[in-house]
Write a protein that binds this ligand. Structure first.
Ligand code: G16
Length: 549
């Protein structure tokens, strides 16, 4: 057994990674996220924590991803990945927040406390996988995580520049003895391209579906990986990659920009009307589609659209093969009201709403045999229960010999689809391959896809306040509890507009308050958003210029 001397914890902190900020930070929607220069001590401490987490989980591999995802270039952050690819358990989020906010002097005692409370055998084996996005400050921050692991004599393996979902995938592979796939980049490409090519067959175009896709890589790691991917695709998908890294990450491009601005990213060439385009975000865990039509009108196909497209496809296959499984769809308050109505009334699938953050949606989705979850911003995937997996597998083998050919074929197609999906977390590349598969199967172009339902006009705004924590929310982000009176005012404003809906909540990734509004017309929507913005500014300590109505 190893002997681990906790004195090194303080020595390393003092010499290499001193805590250089006095304000507390919190484990937010997706880990710690702030300006890169305020993160070195955080990363060192997360290296310590990930090693403890691994030992608390009998030596299973834990993931640490260094990325600020959709945030601007100067920001960075860290996301921790639990053994089965989930986001770090919420009880440990609290430990993480405490650990990050103690002084250097208190650090050793805090570590000792976690070891005692969590009954960790500090001399036992451990393993931490680390990956990073392509921001220029990521390598330095990665080194800090590695040093944290080494301080506690843990084992660390760095994968270098990878997408967030790739790291989740590697962690799950390692913890399932490679049953989920092989824990290498090649293993990842191989798993996805094999199932994609088999689903696509030899006929690359079908009906209205054309084999051409414009890919906006947000100047992030998704662009690089997509270029690598293409080499394994044998032209089965005609992709042209833009925003490959020549500009700033997420700057006027990428999934968040396209979704929030409801407009095209920069850096795309002149393209024919109705050409399919997609954008991923800085760490390639979000995906949205869009196109410009013949009237030069921009059209967005966001996470809600992707979710409904997938739901229709899976329901069809499940019905065809006749397995008895439950299907459910999980959204957040940001889901367009029209999508929720469509899912409930047309698809007739139950919808659950959770707070923002894939960690909440993922958890809820596991309550169904087939749980589809997507945030409107394009972050999501599908999870299958063991029961679903087993019955689909049995149907594909025609156990009992009571199924007809069509049923068996549908089950086989479902199995390939499961292989194409990265169930560990939302994965822009895997989601894109799935969307392409479905459009190809249906023989659809973007206009066919858009025709399913009509989005209500909607808008998202950001508001600066002195302290965003003065706003506390409940009911899956849909109601504010504080500051006093704010919710009552919002209710009064919303009631003025047909199909009006609006809510405010503090962001867990940026130092802003987010305001969402939708209504029957564009004019009403914008008006509602400005009015809610103004009242929030007044009651929640807005800073800067008062929003105009
Ligand atoms: C992260 C989370 C998402 C969330 C988004 C925005 O995405 O993983 O679930 O929707 O932040 O969160 P908030 O509104 O609290 O700022 P990403 O892609 O930035 O990691």
């Amino acid at each position: 057994k190893m002997s681990v001397n906790l004195r090194a914890v303080y020595a390393f902190a003092r010499e290499m990674y001193p805590k250089n900020v006095t304000t507390d930070i919190q484990y937010g929607t997706a880990g710690f996220r702030t300006r890169n220069d305020k993160l070195y001590y955080v990363m060192y401490r997360m290296g310590l924590l990930a090693t403890l987490r691994s030992r608390a989980k009998d030596g299973q591999t834990i993931g640490v991803m260094i990325t600020a995802s959709h945030n601007p270039e100067p920001d960075n952050g860290v996301k921790l990945v639990d053994p089965m690819g989930e986001m770090l358990d919420q009880s440990w989020e609290k430990l993480a927040t405490n650990l990050v906010n103690v002084s250097d002097m208190e650090l050793q005692d805090e570590i000792a406390r976690i070891i005692e409370n969590e009954k960790i055998d500090i001399g036992s084996a451990s393993c931490v996988f680390v990956g990073m996005d392509n921001r220029y400050h990521s390598p330095g921050l990665l080194k800090a995580v590695e040093d944290g692991v080494l301080t506690l004599k843990g084992r660390v393996k760095s994968f270098g520049i990878v997408t967030t979902p790739m790291l989740h995938y590697f962690v799950v592979c390692a913890n399932t003895n490679n049953a989920y796939g092989v824990a290498t980049e090649e293993g990842y490409y191989d798993k996805l391209t094999t199932s994609f090519k088999r689903l696509r067959g030899t006929e690359f175009e079908r009906g209205n579906y054309k084999n051409k896709l414009i890919f906006d890589g947000a100047n992030g790691v998704g662009a690089r990986k997509m270029l690598r991917f293409l080499k394994t695709m044998d032209n089965s998908l005609g992709i042209e990659v833009f925003n490959k890294g020549e500009g700033k990450i997420n700057h006027e491009c990428g999934a968040d920009y396209v979704k929030v601005q409801q407009g095209c990213p920069i850096g795309l060439p002149e393209i024919e009307p109705n050409t399919r385009c997609c954008s991923v975000d800085g760490d390639a865990d979000r995906l949205v589609y869009f196109f410009t039509d013949a009237n030069n009108q921009f059209n967005l196909l966001d996470g809600d659209r992707i979710a409904t497209l997938i739901a229709g496809y899976l329901m069809d296959l499940i019905e065809k093969c006749g397995v008895d499984v439950t299907i459910g769809l999980v959204q957040t308050a940001y889901a367009n009201g029209a999508s929720t109505e469509y899912i409930q009334n047309v698809l007739k699938v139950p919808v659950a709403t959770t707070s923002t953050g894939v960690k909440h949606l993922h958890h809820k989705a596991t309550e169904f045999d087939v749980g589809i979850y997507f945030e409107a911003n394009g972050h999501g995937t599908v999870v299958f229960s063991n029961k679903a997996r087993k019955s689909i597998h049995a149907a594909s083998k025609n156990v009992g010999n009571d199924l007809n050919e069509e049923q068996v074929a549908a089950a086989r197609k479902l199995l390939l689809t499961i292989d194409l999906i990265n169930e560990t977390v939302g994965d822009a590349i895997s989601d894109m391959l799935l969307v392409e598969t479905i459009l190809h199967t249906n023989g659809w172009d973007v206009k066919d896809w858009l025709a399913a339902y009509t989005d209500l006009p909607n808008v998202q705004q950001k508001l600066m306040v002195a302290d965003r924590n003065v706003i506390r929310v409940t009911d899956a982000d849909r109601k504010c509890v504080t500051p006093d009176g704010l919710q009552k005012e919002i209710d009064l404003l919303v009631a003025k507009y047909p199909k009006g809906r609006s809510f405010v909540r503090p962001s867990g990734t940026e130092d802003v308050v987010r305001i969402y509004a939708e209504a029957a017309t564009r004019e009403d929507t914008d008006r509602l958003a400005s009015e809610v913005s103004l009242i929030t500014y007044r009651l929640a300590g807005g800073i800067g210029r008062e929003p105009s109505v």
